[in-house]
Design a protein around this ligand. Structure first.
Ligand code: HEM
Length: 481
């Protein structure tokens, strides 16, 4: 358990076997829960190793702040993830690009578009799309899961490409969904054996156990299409003079001006495709968690609706201008992000240099996983953490207290879309609460049926919920649509 370089121990963790280390200990299913359980045994920082690779799991917010925020110059790299490299996703996705100039170039573009002062430009679009969400819920409440996915997808697709997605089975959304699903299911450490033993990628394709190569190839095709199809459409429209102004057209113009009339198409394509892939799924996950919370905690829903009734009344729908006056709903949205983080194990960081933390050695190159799920469920930080309780983010005077959450990650790699994500959740939540009740479905005898729900195991987790009823809460909806 001692490192060879300086005789300091690695952080505690399960005992490694010779050569393969902890390769067999790395959990495949819900790793965030398994790692959280290990906390009782090994503490807030856990060390694993596999074939010379080091992995550190951080299970507490304080340790994540100490390392990933305060020492972010050292912990802002990303590790090589063999499946992500093999699918071509690393080359274009800012979230996986190594720390350095290329990452800075991508990050600058995202920051310019989605920083706090800029996202308000997208609020009229979000408001319009939130109203469409209400209309969809009204017309086919039984399809609420699909509508909740459609809403953030429609915002980001229009903002990025000026593209109006079809109400059902949109071909581009289907393409991106398929690609994202494949990617997020394969890049977690334990998801494919090659992620733990990278040398396996050099085995010939005919050898048993190399099925991951077929998965990577299929995924690569989808990654390419997902970049090319919407981008080529905008390019054609630009040439024909029919393009709707969008982030892609802005990037084209700006980048062409900077590069003597020749825009860096690979950069623009990658940035635009990444925006859709990371923004739509994460926000849809939070929206589904909101519906689950309202169904399980009707008293919270009633309180939020009372606040809306007092501030907005029942003659109009809420908009961003009402936000400051509704601290309970602000706290409720914050609680959704805490109660059910969409990216429970974050995106892995990597150490650039050797480091020592609390007497433990963390070698250069270590993959560092921030167990966001464990942090949001940490009893030392939150009383009764599995309970959905917006009040935890209100001061005794009833003001919203904006306590930073681990949900959006840490340091220089913190989620660059967090302000957009917060606006997306807020505008849809207020509009839905103003017009609908979410409740447990009832059986033929009028008895409530228990909600059936479960999250999957992927990097961005998806919620499946059943036995939820979407009931019109105010006549308002009927007059509006
Ligand atoms: C509920 C919504 C969202 C959640 C929970 C979420 C969470 C996260 C997390 C945990 C990370 C990794 C941070 C780290 O490495 O420490 C991340 C990165 C990122 N997020 Fe989000 N995100 C959300 C929405 C969005 C949206 C709407 C965008 C739109 C632009 C976005 C863009 C990104 C990008 C580009 C990165 C990579 C940053 C980098 O590596 O420099 N996210 N997000």
């Amino acid at each position: 358990r001692k490192s060879s370089n300086n005789n300091l121990p690695y952080p505690p963790g399960p005992k490694p076997l010779p050569i393969i280390g902890n390769a067999l200990d790395i959990p495949r299913d819900t790793p965030w829960k398994a790692f959280a359980q290990w906390r009782d045994r090994y503490g807030d920082i856990i060390h694993l190793s596999a074939l010379g690779k080091h992995v550190v799991v951080i299970n507490s917010n304080q340790a994540a702040i100490d390392l990933l925020d305060k020492r972010s110059a050292n912990y802002s790299d990303r590790p090589d993830i063999p499946m992500a490299n093999m699918t071509g996703w690393t080359a274009i996705n800012i979230g996986l690009i190594h720390y350095g100039d290329t990452w800075r170039k991508h990050r600058r573009l995202f920051h310019q578009k989605f920083r706090q002062g800029m996202v308000s430009d997208l609020q009229p679009l979000q408001t319009q799309k939130a109203r469409e969400l209400l209309s969809n819920l009204l017309h086919s409440p039984e399809d609420f899961r699909e509508h909740l996915r459609h809403f953030p997808a429609s915002v980001i697709m229009y903002a990025t490409y000026g593209y109006e997605i079809a109400p059902h089975n949109d071909p581009i959304v289907t393409l991106v969904d398929e690609a994202s699903k494949m990617i997020t299911e394969t890049i977690l450490l334990g998801a494919q054996v090659v992620n733990v033993i990278p040398a396996l990628r050099f085995l010939p394709d005919w050898m048993p156990g190399t099925g991951f190569k077929r998965v990577a190839k299929a995924c690569q095709e989808k990654v390419n299409n997902m970049q090319d199809v919407p981008f080529e459409t905008v390019k054609r429209q630009l040439n024909a003079g029919t393009a709707v102004p969008s982030w892609t057209t802005e990037l084209f113009e700006e980048n062409a001006a900077q590069n003597g009339g020749k825009p860096d198409e690979a950069l623009i394509k990658g940035v635009a495709a990444t925006a859709f892939a990371v923004a739509a799924d994460t926000s849809a996950s939070s929206l589904a968690s909101f519906v689950l919370a309202m169904t399980l905690y009707p008293e919270v829903q009633a309180k939020a609706q009372a606040e809306l009734d007092a501030v907005v009344g029942d003659k109009r729908l809420p908009d961003f201008g009402d936000r400051e006056s509704m601290p309970y709903i602000e706290a409720l949205c914050h609680e959704v992000f805490r109660w059910s983080p969409a990216v429970p194990i974050g995106v892995p960081h990597a150490a650039l240099e050797d480091d020592v933390y609390n007497g433990h050695f963390i070698p250069a190159g270590t993959m560092v996983l921030a167990n966001i799920w464990a942090m949001t469920r940490d009893e030392r930080a939150y009383t009764d953490p599995s309970r959905f309780m917006p009040e935890r983010f209100l001061t005794p005077e009833g003001k919203f207290s904006d306590d930073p959450l681990p949900t959006f990650g840490f340091g220089r790699r913190i989620c660059v879309g967090r302000f957009l994500a917060a606006d997306t959740l807020w505008i849809s939540v207020v509009n839905m609460l103003a017009t609908f009740n979410f409740a447990k479905a009832k059986d033929s005898m009028g008895q409530e049926i228990d909600v059936n729900f479960g999250y999957d195991d992927s990097l961005i987790r998806h919620l499946e919920i059943d036995q939820v009823e979407t009931v019109v809460h105010q006549q308002l909806t009927k007059t509006l649509f």
